[in-house]
Design a protein around this ligand. Structure first.
Ligand code: BTN
Length: 244
């Protein structure tokens, strides 16, 4: 599909650039960089963004959906990466809300940033980072054992242009019903069927609080339903981090 794309060699962060462009660019515009100097992860973390070694891209979105439903856009991104990897013959798991794992290690993260107020979405930036051709020695000590790349997993160099096109094509298809206010039950089905969390005991970390519960379901709003003792709670992706 034809889409407007800004391609940079090195940039601070494609999410930052996408925010600067959001008011003037149309929905679907993509910002891609070969490397980032200030790659942003969730919860204020940074994202390893070595030049030429990964996919670093952000999509500008302007959905007409209710702002309360917008966080579930992350699930559309996650399902798109899952499907793209499957088309390449790689089976992965989706770790709600924003991680893709292969062989139990993180290969992709998604950072969704929303601008709007209670009754209007101005824009949404969906940033996708995939570790494609990172070598084992390029993974920092503190991430070893938790993070991998497609090259490490498959033992061969991967064409990242081809993979980013597959991700974007899947995203366009899955996002189309959502942008005009439709539901994303098909997407949530993919996230549920291929979840790394459902049925498992998990730790839900929110600020300094750590709670242990069992991940039971992803509801129709894209929230994770967790059993804590004898109560069920639906958790939205905002400020939580999940560990097995
Ligand atoms: C996470 O798992 O914490 C989310 C990581 C998101 C990284 C991507 S790379 C492209 C886009 N630009 C950024 O600065 N971050 C996102």
């Amino acid at each position: 599909m034809k889409r407007k794309t800004y391609h940079y060699n090195t940039i601070d962060s494609t999410n930052i650039k996408a925010k600067q462009l959001a008011s003037t660019e149309e929905e679907g515009t993509v910002i891609i960089a070969e490397g980032q100097t200030m790659g942003k992860g969730r919860l204020g973390r940074s994202w390893l963004s070595k030049n030429g070694k990964g996919i670093y891209m952000s999509i500008i979105l302007k959905p007409k959906a209710d702002i309360m439903k917008v966080p579930s856009i992350t699930s559309i991104g996650a399902a798109s990466v899952y499907l793209a990897l499957r088309e390449m013959g790689v089976e992965s798991k989706i770790k709600w809300p924003n991680d893709i794992l292969v062989g139990n290690k993180k290969i992709c993260g998604i950072l969704t940033e929303i601008s709007g107020d209670t009754n209007k979405v101005n824009y949404v930036i969906m940033g996708i980072g995939v570790n494609v051709n990172l070598e084992e020695y390029e993974i920092p000590e503190e991430l070893k054992g938790m993070v991998t790349s497609l090259k490490i997993y498959l033992g061969r160099t991967i064409d990242k242009g081809n993979l980013s096109e597959l991700i974007l094509d899947n995203f366009d298809r899955l996002y189309a019903p959502f942008k005009d206010g439709g539901n994303i039950s098909h997407v949530l089905h993919i996230c549920k069927e291929n979840s790394s969390l459902l049925g498992k005991d998990i730790k839900v970390i929110s600020g300094n609080e750590i709670r242990v519960g069992k991940a039971l379901d992803i509801n129709e709003s894209g929230e994770l339903v967790v059993e804590f003792g004898d109560c069920l709670e639906a958790i939205n992706s905002g400020e939580v981090s999940i560990r097995l």
